[in-house]
Design a protein around this ligand. Structure first.
Ligand SMILES: O=C[C@H](O)[C@H](O)[C@H](O)COP(=O)(O)O
Length: 230
């Protein structure tokens, strides 16, 4: 009789990488914690070792609530000088560790917390690995009064920017701003692109993470968790 094993679902791959990330947490750490469905698995995996860590700096209201519900202390970013590790998911990650993030609208706080950390450990299922950034609609957090001006600048680059909605209304981020999702862009040089767009008046943060790229990616694959060092 032959037995076959069903392939792991995307959710199971997220659980695997969320659990694998725990080994990058050192006792006594304040851990930088990202946002999203993959990070939620990491937060759940932190619960059994919560007494071994000092706490977390969180990148969103949603992650803060989840951490606190598990009894993990959440520090304000201003109370902490640096972090040894920041753990977060991605919407896309390429072969150099450059990422697109912000599918969950948390990109600005994610970039702030990532910038505090010595290492960025990206946790992702294999569907997030890409040859080049640009298939996932690029999230850009913007000041509402500048949204149309910024959309026109993306149109000039060949992109189509759409205001992200929630329940029929413009989505409001944790920072009180709006999100444009830009389709049809080719991000050939992520470092230059990030620097350029971040200079446009009214852009709060562009969702390309090149200056705050991943140091390590824990990729959930059918063969298990693959560790990629950049
Ligand atoms: O704003 C959200 C974040 O950038 C997430 O890390 C990203 O969207 C990936 O989320 P998920 O793990 O849910 O795919």
């Amino acid at each position: 009789m032959t037995t076959s094993t069903a392939p792991l679902s995307q959710d199971e791959l997220k659980t695997l990488v969320g659990q694998a990330a725990v080994r990058y947490v050192t006792p006594g750490d304040i851990v930088g914690v990202g946002t999203g469905s993959t990070v939620n698995k990491f937060i759940d995996a932190l619960a059994p070792i919560k007494d071994q860590i000092k706490g977390a700096v969180s990148s969103s209201v949603a992650s803060t609530e989840r951490l606190k519900a598990l009894g993990i202390t959440v520090f304000d970013a201003n109370e902490v000088e640096s972090l040894s590790v920041y753990i977060d998911g991605a919407d896309e990650i390429d072969g150099k560790g450059y990422m697109v993030k912000g599918g969950g609208a948390a990109l600005t706080r994610e970039k702030i917390v990532a910038a505090m950390a010595e290492r960025f450990v990206c946790i992702a299922d294999a569907s997030k690995l890409v040859d080049a950034l640009g298939t996932f609609p690029l999230p850009v957090e913007v000041i509402p009064m500048a949204a149309q001006q910024i959309a026109r600048r993306f149109a000039a680059l060949g992109g189509t920017a759409t205001l992200r909605l929630k329940d029929g209304q413009p989505l409001v981020t944790d920072n009180g701003q709006h999100i444009l999702d830009v389709r049809g862009l080719r991000v050939a040089d992520p470092l230059a692109f990030e620097s350029d767009v971040n200079q446009w008046p009214g852009v709060v943060t562009v969702g390309v993470f090149a200056h705050q790229k991943a140091s390590i990616c824990l990729l959930g694959t059918a063969e298990g968790v693959k560790t990629i060092n950049y």
